[in-house]
Design a protein around this ligand. Structure first.
Ligand code: CO
Length: 179
């Protein structure tokens, strides 16, 4: 045997030896028994943008997006007037305060106009809230309520998300939503 051939044989023996010393496969549960990670979020539903005046912001966003406003609605519960624009499969939600005691008015008293919250659509809002509660994640809404567009919504506290006010939403029925 030439020295080269002998070296190759030794190398392949070493490789085989290494393979034999991998941890036995039984240390890892079979793939079929491993529960798949549960994906809670379906898509980004909308970005909520706090504005002092819809009368100013609607024409501005119509120019920016090259699209007309689709839906304007007062949400009494949140003391806001909202205007929705469609952006692909998601939306922009402009939020104008209707009451100086409302959350958007209070936000604008402390912050510049801009992104106020991110809303993700979930498959099952009750299940997500239950999972968050069990994980000790601080919620603003322990139970879903009805938001703009008739969606079931709930807010998660920004202190629990690294500073992002997170809105969860679930359409009441398939096909419903803001559009
Ligand atoms: Co929203």
């Amino acid at each position: 045997m030439t020295p080269t051939r002998r070296r190759r044989r030794v190398q392949s023996h070493v490789a085989a030896h290494r393979l034999n010393h991998l941890p036995p496969a039984t240390d890892n549960p079979p793939m079929s028994d491993t529960p798949a990670p549960k994906r809670l979020f379906k898509k980004i539903d909308h970005l909520g943008i706090a504005v002092p005046s819809l009368a100013d912001a609607i024409p501005l966003y119509e120019t920016l997006l090259g699209a007309e406003v689709e839906h304007v609605e007062v949400v009494e519960d949140q003391k806001v007037r909202t205007a929705f624009f469609t952006v692909g499969e998601s939306h922009f939600e402009l939020l104008e305060p209707t009451d100086p005691d409302g959350p958007i008015a209070r936000y604008l008293a402390k912050n510049r106009p801009g992104i106020h919250h991110i809303c993700v659509q979930v498959h099952d809002i009750d299940a997500v809230l239950a999972q968050y509660k069990a994980a000790g994640i601080r919620l603003i809404d322990e139970q879903p309520r009805i938001g703009a567009g008739g969606m079931r919504i709930a807010f998660v506290h920004p202190k629990a998300t690294g500073g992002v006010l997170l809105e969860l939403s679930e359409p009441l029925a398939e096909g419903e939503g803001h559009a």
